[in-house]
Design a protein around this ligand. Structure first.
Ligand code: NAI
Ligand code: MG
Length: 357
């Protein structure tokens, strides 16, 4: 298979870990006989410095013409004082919007060797393995009106969705469930919110299209509690934008480090964008010690969701699991009796396992 992949390294450790994903993808290409072409473009602070804007037009055009996009991270103290239209984060919001990335998929998987790295009890998180499918371009963060009123003494935000917006994310939830354990939990607040009532109706309607998937509904407050008391009961969770934002950060506690969490942002038919859940980590940038695993697992998601290469994606995931459970770790993780590696060494271990595995 021949694919063109746009790399958006961005700032800080983004630029360091993006190389790791490239190296691992090259190992996959060699092993399975694919050809991946890479092309790098600027986004975020580095783009502000060289192009005067966090999202140059040529970057948008390149992404639109690619088969998939891998993004490192953007931001850093250097650009914190800039006016908001020049902030690096604008580049990220801009590219999500330009590519209409309505579905954010965040898999959360605990690793045997890292069980004690979480503040939660090992017995609770042991074996936790779930996927959150979050709506990314609608809901409270985009609804109008959103403004101050009454001389600033009153405010309004709007939680608005159309049927079409809900249908496409619910479809994505069902399809994701079909690729996993065929178990879907829809999270809403249907006892209070109109938007959630429509959401629940649509999930019920869609059941007929996916008869192989078992579905249940959980209210968001209960879901927040269950996620950290009994994560085992979840496989795929589908939910609206803000609920998903909150629940996915909460779920990250199950894994022990931000450096382990990948994500996929998908459009209806267009290009997908894949990025680690973490930011540019200015405190460790330039030291070569960043954990590349979140970025590498994001590349695995790209193979699965954009290219349909599930076997290859599983190969990367197995390599990561193997290396971590063998006791190799980076400085953000605490592993007893393990081997501390830097970014390049960790990448090489994972690539080596792919070559030999
Ligand atoms: P952060 O995720 O960059 O860092 C939080 C903490 O986790 C830091 O101590 C960092 O060293 C550590 N960390 C994160 N990823 C790591 C990795 N792969 N390996 C080892 N340690 C890791 O979040 P923070 O500090 O709040 O934000 C820093 C900058 O990143 C800000 O400018 C922020 O706006 C931006 N940011 C960008 C995101 C993106 O591009 N998607 C997401 C979140 C923040
Ligand atoms: Mg968040």
């Amino acid at each position: 298979m021949e694919k063109k992949i746009v790399l958006l390294p961005g700032d800080g450790i983004g630029a360091e870990v993006i190389n790791s994903s490239k190296e691992v993808l090259n190992a996959i290409a060699n092993k399975f006989g694919h050809s991946f072409q890479f092309e790098s473009h600027d986004i975020g602070g580095v783009a502000v410095d060289t192009h005067g804007t966090p999202l140059p037009d040529e970057t948008v055009e390149a992404c639109k013409g690619a088969d998939a996009v891998l993004l490192g991270a953007v931001g850093g103290p250097k650009w914190d004082q800039l006016p908001s239209h020049l902030r690096p984060e604008r580049g990220l919001l801009g590219i999500r919007k330009a590519l209409d990335l309505f579905a954010n998929l965040r898999p959360v998987k605990g690793f045997e060797k890292l069980l004690h790295a979480s503040p939660l009890k090992e017995t609770v998180i042991n074996g936790s393995d779930l996927l959150i499918v979050r709506e990314l371009t609608g809901g409270l963060y985009f609804g109008e009106p959103s403004e101050r009123r009454d001389n600033g003494n009153a405010v309004v935000d709007t939680l608005s969705y159309t049927r079409k917006e809900i249908e496409r994310i619910v479809d994505k939830g069902f399809q994701s469930a079909q690729l996993r354990k065929k178990k879907l939990t829809s999270v809403d607040k249907a006892n209070v919110l109109e938007s959630s009532k429509l959401w629940r109706e649509i999930v019920e309607e869609k059941k007929a299209d996916y008869p192989d998937v078992e579905v249940d509904h959980v209210l968001v407050d209960a879901a927040a509690m269950k996620l950290i008391t009994n994560p085992d009961q979840f496989d795929v969770i589908v939910t609206e934008n803000m609920f998903g934002d909150i629940l996915s950060d909460e779920a990250s506690v199950l894994t022990g480090s931000l450096g382990m969490l990948p994500s996929a942002s998908l459009a209806e038919n267009g290009v997908g964008l894949y990025e680690p859940a973490h930011g540019s980590a200015p405190d460790i940038a330039g030291k070569g010690i960043a954990n590349p695993i979140a970025m590498i697992l994001s590349a695995a998601l790209m193979l699965r969701y954009s290219f349909g290469l599930d076997k290859e994606a599983l190969q990367i995931e197995a390599a990561v699991e193997h290396v971590v459970n063998d006791g190799y770790y980076t400085a953000d993780l605490q592993v007893e009796n393990g081997t501390l590696l830097n970014t390049v060494e960790m990448t090489e271990q994972i690539a080596k396992y792919i070559d030999n595995g």
